[in-house]
Design a protein around this ligand. Structure first.
Ligand code: SF4
Length: 323
């Protein structure tokens, strides 16, 4: 999911990177200006990037429940599914890296053969962590499709890297064939964000932050990537100009993957900071933002909000994936 095809790499190299070099980003909108307004957080509290970026609840009452009321609800089905399927991608790539380092390239054939087998036992254990997981057979079939997709791409990349560089050692082949850091942990505290943020993937070959989304596309997904880019700039002091959202789609027995590249421009940076400041103020001043008018029935806080307002399920509602 995280590796670029030759077409995507051409798009990146011939179009996105030149555009990114030309775009002008004011220094005050770079993460390394964390000690000055508008980057400097207005309050000392900390929010997760998703608590700033998400707009599944248009009034942000979900954030109010968590941060002001201290109420945490169990994840809904789309969140569970997204979490488990994301774990399959991480497992396939990290397992390959571990196998290469433990078995060595002289046993590359065995590494590739081992990678082809979907690890059912591991996946069943993962599913069991979510007691409310439903449609497990369908979920397992999707997980297997993702595994097979990843295994095929990883195999091709390993074979290509080894044939191009026959004298390269394990570390060099891993870096060339699998140039992503998965779930990179970064400290967002300088920007008023959590100390334990985790980006889905960081592409080291080109400075690129990738985020995997199993639900439907949302405009605000770009804000989440923007938040991670600002944090990375605050920590490493180099510019991060390009983000990529990865949307896997299941259609019967087919899996397709759409990648959406975008420039992390001034507008996105400003929107992220405005949303951070608004939500921080809501939490700091304990302001109940009220309910949105057309709540998605899948919202984890649906029962809570509607119990309190005295309005039960007779309210109009819409089904919506939240991850
Ligand atoms: S039920 Fe509605 S108002 Fe309450 S958190 Fe969910 S979306 Fe927001």
């Amino acid at each position: 999911m995280y590796f670029l095809s030759s077409d995507e790499r051409q798009l990146l190299v011939k179009s996105l990177l030149p555009n990114a070099r030309q775009q002008i980003i004011a220094d005050e909108l770079r993460g390394w200006s964390w000690n000055l307004p508008p980057m400097e957080p207005p309050y000392s509290l900390k929010l997760a990037v998703y608590e700033v970026a998400n707009k599944y609840c248009e009034t942000s009452r979900d954030v109010w429940w968590r941060k002001v009321q201290g109420v945490r609800m169990p994840p809904n089905q789309p969140m569970i599914e997204g979490n488990l399927l994301h774990g399959v991608v991480v497992k396939a790539i990290s397992r390959t890296k571990k196998l290469i380092w433990s078995m060595g390239l002289e046993r590359a054939g065995e590494v590739i053969a081992a990678l082809r087998d979907f690890d059912h036992v591991w996946f069943e254990r993962e599913v069991a962590k979510f007691q409310s997981a439903k449609h497990v057979d369908e979920l397992t079939s999707k997980a297997r499709m993702i595994w097979e997709y990843e295994a095929a791409i990883i195999e091709a990349r390993l074979r290509e890297s080894m044939s191009r560089q026959p004298y390269a050692a394990e570390d060099s082949i891993v870096a060339a064939a699998l140039p992503v850091t998965l779930e990179l942990r970064i400290d967002g505290s300088m920007l008023g964000l959590s100390k334990h943020l985790s980006t889905d993937a960081y592409q080291s070959a080109e400075p690129l932050i990738l985020e995997l989304k199993f639900g439907e596309k949302k405009d605000f997904h770009r804000l989440q990537v923007t938040g991670y880019a600002l944090v990375a700039e605050s920590l490493y002091e180099y510019p991060l100009n390009i983000g990529c959202l990865v949307y896997p789609r299941f259609g019967g027995d087919r899996l397709s993957v759409e990648k959406e590249f975008f420039l992390i421009d001034e507008e996105l940076r400003q929107r992220f900071l405005e949303q951070r400041d608004d939500r921080m103020r809501m939490v700091f001043e304990k302001i109940d933002p009220g309910m949105m008018t057309d709540c998605p029935r899948l919202c984890p806080y649906f029962e809570k909000c509607h119990e309190i307002s005295g309005v039960q399920l007779s309210l109009p509602f819409r089904e919506e994936k939240t991850k």
